[in-house]
Design a protein around this ligand. Sequence first.
Ligand code: FHN
Length: 460
Amino acid sequence: MKPVSLVLLMLFLPLGTVRAQSTGADPNRTQWWKEAKFGMFLHWGLYSVAAGDWKGKPYRGSEHFMLYERIPLREYAKLAESLNPTRFDAEFWARQARDAGMKYLVVTTKHHDGFAMYNSPSSPYNIVKATPFGRDPIRELADACKKYDLKLGLYYSLGRDWEDPDVPTHWPTKGGRSNLIDFPDEDAKDFSRYFERKVKPQIRELLTQYGPVGLLWFDTPELISKAQSQELKAMIHSLQPDCIINNRIGNDLGDYYVSEQQIAADKEAKLWEACITMSGQWSYSKYDHAWKSSELLVRQLVEIVSKGGNFLLNVNPKGDGSLPQPSIERLADIGRWMTVNHEAIYGTHPWEFTSEGVSEETLGEVIKKDTDNDATSKVIHPDLYFTSNGNNVYVFARSWTSRKLTVKSLKIGTKSVKSVLLLGAPNKPVWLQNEDGLTITFPKVRPNSVPIYVFKLTLE
Ligand code: FHN
């Protein structure tokens, strides 16, 4: 059966809704994550070797192209013979994340194609056994994260695996994300066999081979049962009690919610993280030139943090292990901005007011697909966002072009402002609080590739 066409994949979801059900979030376990605010997502696998082409032609479906192009497993697996990422440098990846101000990274250990990007004794379909590379990149990344003080996060495709014969799916319809080329009888598939044969052994490997794992980032839980989600969560915490789990372990379990390619409409009662692409898709393709500007990426970071979320920004390494130059440039821009403004991000929490002057256009779309699914707005519009920490309020003047701004939420008689500083500026701004609000005149500022300025207000 052909994968359901993209038209049918259009799922309408309420704008930016992050489902507010209960999670078992343990405040001690999640403390580092709540303070971290910013992480690097890495989609790297056999699909990175193909890099947009299959049999000399551009493929459809990004990292799902095995399904979209109806490729038999044996043929797709031949990509492993070409996976020899001699330019892979775990320490370089870790430094890119650290220098951009990221505090954790999440890397694909096994995506939907079922290929393990780590040494998996339980499945020979892995980078150490099946490729000329012969090294274990997750081992090297775990060491690099330790060296550069990053938490290690591991992505695992839970309910989709196109190498195993027992993985039925139901997205968006029965069999919609299954390997029906090699395993056509969807009704013959028994998820429990896959769960026992592959999922549990591999999760055990991931939690016993690489030292402390800060976060297990499950994807596409599909048809996992509540009992299996509970069993998996118990096994994880029996091995690593401090390991955080996202809600895609399934069945409303997990420590926080994932908002994929969308930013929540407003601050959320629950812990949440927006995972968003830096370009047009999750995995590397030579045809993907839809790189977002550094300004837009910092706008997204600010908006997400102002709404109490974490930003997991995706980078898509090439098949040779190098990072695309446009991603390196953007990470450097973000790092320069964070060097000046990090105190307004880390360890902060939403203020009473989230924003002022936001244009409808900057709120993003509501339609989602399951790959190439970037529903975030690309509109650049001057507006204000806020975070707070104690009696400090941080005002983010996003894409600001004029030399004055007025925070209307701080009219005289509301909260009294004691001082105003512009982060990174040697001289103090002139400011006045009256019935219009708090009006600030910018001091002379250096032109910045990311024109998002942060004022630190100290309230009485
Ligand atoms: O199908 C995957 C997709 O390839 C990508 O990994 C994203 C990342 O969150 N998760 C799934 C789509 O929801």
